[in-house]
Design a protein around this ligand. Structure first.
Ligand code: 3H9
Length: 697
């Protein structure tokens, strides 16, 4: 008797129940249990088999932890074929999330019923693979090629009602999945309903698969699995028979299983779940959050307030003047209207938020009762210090005092209060109601339950929260500063900003660094350069002034219509600004540099190695706990292509000794910039990888 698949006979129905928490993943024991359950039912005089999952869900897919390991029998494809071929009537009752291999098991059953809250999907492409247990062959046979391609190439989770309409499900029933399933199976038996194996259904109508392949490939920005899935569905239409279609699906599945993209995406899957699991927070209870305060209603403050309001948290927003408060309210109203337009918020909730849950205030006293307050005022230490002195005076005991600073020293801010234990950094990314990343910046004295509260707030706001330590730029902006500097050096030496942007978007970044600067505002980089120069640059550091000239001319990027690119109203993206290259050429001439050519590969390599090297420093100094924290930060906050798994997974895939060799070679031309990070040298010396550090915890 299987531990993970229960067997029970109810009249003439054999009931197989999955008991493999948390998500009933189809690991080897579950597969063995299902196989022996079907065999036992056939020998047991049953007329039908009902399969359902105990706990929170039907099978949520193959067990991802088995990927890359030697396969163990029975494989899922063979199991699905065996279920479908059973002479008994086989029915599945779905609840929770029937995903991937889970839906494939359901599709190998002859009938499917689900509870109304169930969702179904084939999300394999998000893990860098395609459905590998018949999903690409069975699904198009019951719902048609277009609907199947939509589900398989996007991986989206489809609600039960839509799945019923599409034909993925045969029926929806309210109640406990076991009872719902039993009632349906009894009804099917009573009506003498015949078995209905999908493999015996006619092949679906084809479409123009070549055109669809190209379109999906383009949309994936370098991600292969959705496009490969198109080829697998094509086989459902064009293969000689069902079995040959399965063989083709298997070939494509196996190729992707061996790919770096699969490794990267699986790494990203586990990294984003591990990121909030910090040993020091085990058992630490976060403080209650009933109401929060936000100081400053500019783009960032309004975005943070919107995010909290959308998550159901009432907000007190403090501004300095009635005009500023009105402008802040207008920003929040516009953000909320966008949420209504996108179907994320109902009109009545929108109205309720603006009338009852957002309080605008001009006096610090209004923050007396908030449980947590986030300041998002001007990025200046003196201003922040004034704000924190006021907060210290008015906020109730136990309130969490958070700063949204991007780079200032939070220890210095905390030291100014009588309660440094309550002070923390909560670094949001703009637009804060859209961007998923939240850096929870832990200062020297921050109490563990305040850190836990930061993570709890992140979860409530639907953010991916990463723990960071205090330094200039924390995890993300500090690493950004290094790879951005590398891009600037390449421009000085002969690459154009446009070639660099193109090479990096071809690598998979959402945007290149110069287009990003235009979006963020060139004035931000200008201010940072001025600050660094005023503090005194190391004489060995390379500097350049051409970008300052753009700013001096009033070109701050998208918001002024011109920066590295020219933005015409109504057009998406920009075209290269013809004034930029002459400025760069003049700069090269002034510095006596003769421009050389760069290949796109070299651009990507240098940019990535600069990123990895700085990331290794950030981990070595304890600013990021683990390599996976850096990976998640770059994926969620900096447009890093998820299918590489993050920069440090990319580094592992390239081989760390190769990256160190590059740094040593490049250090001959610029020994200041290309200094190997001690941690990178150590890992290479020990023959270890970044992922080994992740496993150390
Ligand atoms: C596949 O099926 C291939 C086949 O086509 C072909 C095979 C031949 N395996 O996300 P949560 C763990 S590919 C192993 O926090 P939620 C997860 O790591 C698969 N473990 O909960 C976490 O562990 P921990 C296709 C899994 O409620 C715990 O379960 N299926 C798996 O926010 C709870 O997860 C998918 O891609 C798994 N398949 O979300 C579905 N799934 O507690 C992937 C989860 O140690 N899974 N775990 O951190 C999901 O999308 C979400 O987990 C789900 C639940 C929506 C199910």
């Amino acid at each position: 008797m299987s531990q993970v698949i229960g067997y029970e006979k109810v009249d003439d129905i054999a009931v197989l129940s999955a008991r493999n928490p948390p998500v009933n993943a189809l690991g080897v024991d579950v597969r063995r249990g299902l196989l022996s359950g079907i065999e036992r039912a056939e020998a047991d005089g049953a007329r039908a088999v009902l399969i359902y999952g105990e706990g929170r869900t039907y099978f949520a897919g193959a067990d991802i932890r088995e990927f890359g390991k030697p396969p163990q029998e029975p494989g899922l494809p063979a199991l699905c074929n065996r279920i479908e071929a059973s002479p008994l009537l086989v029915v599945s009752a779905l609840h929770g999330t029937a995903l991937g291999g889970g839906l494939e098991v359901a599709l190998s059953c002859h009938y499917r019923i689900a509870v109304p809250s169930a969702k179904v999907g084939l999300p394999e492409v998000n893990l860098g693979i395609i459905p590998g247990a018949g999903g690409t062959q069975r699904l198009p046979r019951i719902i048609g090629v277009e609907a199947a391609l939509d589900m398989i190439t996007t991986g989206r989770h489809v609600r039960a009602a839509e799945a019923l309409e599409m034909g993925v499900l045969d029926k929806i029933g309210e109640g406990d999945p076991r009872e719902v399933g039993l009632a349906y199976t009894r009804a099917l038996l009573a009506a003498n309903t015949p078995r209905r194996p999908i493999c015996e259904m006619p092949t679906p109508e084809p479409i123009d698969f070549d055109a669809r392949y190209e379109a999906v490939l383009k949309k994936g920005r370098g991600q292969l699995s959705p496009a490969v899935a198109v080829r697998a569905v094509q086989a459902a239409c064009e293969a000689d028979d069902f079995a040959s279609g399965l063989v083709r699906e298997r070939e494509l599945f196996t190729e992707l299983m061996a790919s770096d993209q699969r490794k990267g995406l699986i790494h990203a899957f586990f990294a984003e779940r591990a990121v909030s699991k910090l040993p020091e927070l085990q058992g630490v209870v976060p403080r209650d959050l009933h109401q929060i305060g936000v100081i400053g209603g500019g783009t960032m403050g309004a975005g943070i307030a919107t995010s909290a309001l959308l998550a159901g948290l009432p907000v007190v927003l403090l501004e300095m003047t009635p005009e500023a408060a009105k402008a802040a309210q207008a920003r929040i109203a516009s953000n909320l209207a966008g949420a209504v337009k996108r179907g994320k918020l109902s009109q009545s909730d929108h109205d309720d938020i603006l009338q009852n849950r957002l309080e605008l205030a001009l006096d610090y006293d209004a923050l007396q009762n908030v449980d947590l307050v986030i300041e998002a005022v001007f990025e200046d230490m003196e201003v922040k210090k004034q704000v924190f002195a006021q907060l210290d005076a008015v906020c109730k005991g136990g309130a969490v005092l958070a700063t949204n600073t991007s780079y200032l020293d939070i220890n210095e801010i905390a030291a100014l209060t009588r309660r440094p234990d309550d002070v923390i950094g909560l670094h949001f990314f703009s637009p804060a109601h859209v961007m998923k990343l939240l850096e929870v910046v832990v200062a020297d004295r921050t109490a563990p339950e305040v850190v836990a509260t930061g993570f709890a707030l992140g979860k409530r706001l639907g953010k991916t929260a990463v723990r960071a330590g205090v330094c200039d730029g924390f995890i993300g902006n500090r690493i950004l500063s290094a790879y951005r500097t590398c891009a600037d050096h390449m421009v000085l030496d002969g690459a154009s900003p446009y070639q660099i942007d193109a090479a990096l978007t071809a690598f998979g970044f959402a945007m290149g660094p110069f287009a990003v600067s235009d979006l963020a505002g060139l004035d931000i980089g200008w201010a940072a350069r001025k600050r660094k120069r005023a503090a005194g640059l190391d004489p060995r550091a390379r500097d350049s002034f051409y970008a300052d000239k753009l700013c001096e001319g009033g070109y701050f990027g998208q918001k002024t219509g011109k920066g590295y690119y020219v933005y015409e109203t109504g057009r998406r993206g920009g075209v290269p600004n013809p004034e930029v290259m002459p400025l760069i050429e003049a700069e090269r001439a002034a510095q006596g540099i003769s421009a050389r050519g760069f290949t796109d590969d070299e651009i990507v390599r240098r940019y990535m190695v600069a990123m990895v090297n700085e990331a290794a420093r950030v981990i070595g100094e304890g600013i990021a706990r683990r390599p996976l924290d850096v990976d998640v930060t770059l994926i969620y906050g900096y447009g890093f292509p998820r299918y590489w798994g993050g920069p440090l997974k990319w580094a592992d895939l390239q081989g760390l000794p190769n990256l160190l060799d590059d740094i040593r070679r490049w250090s001959e031309e610029d020994p200041y910039f290309w200094q190997p990070a001690p941690l990178l040298e150590q890992l290479v010396a020990e023959g270890r990888s970044f992922d080994d550090l992740n496993k150390d915890g």
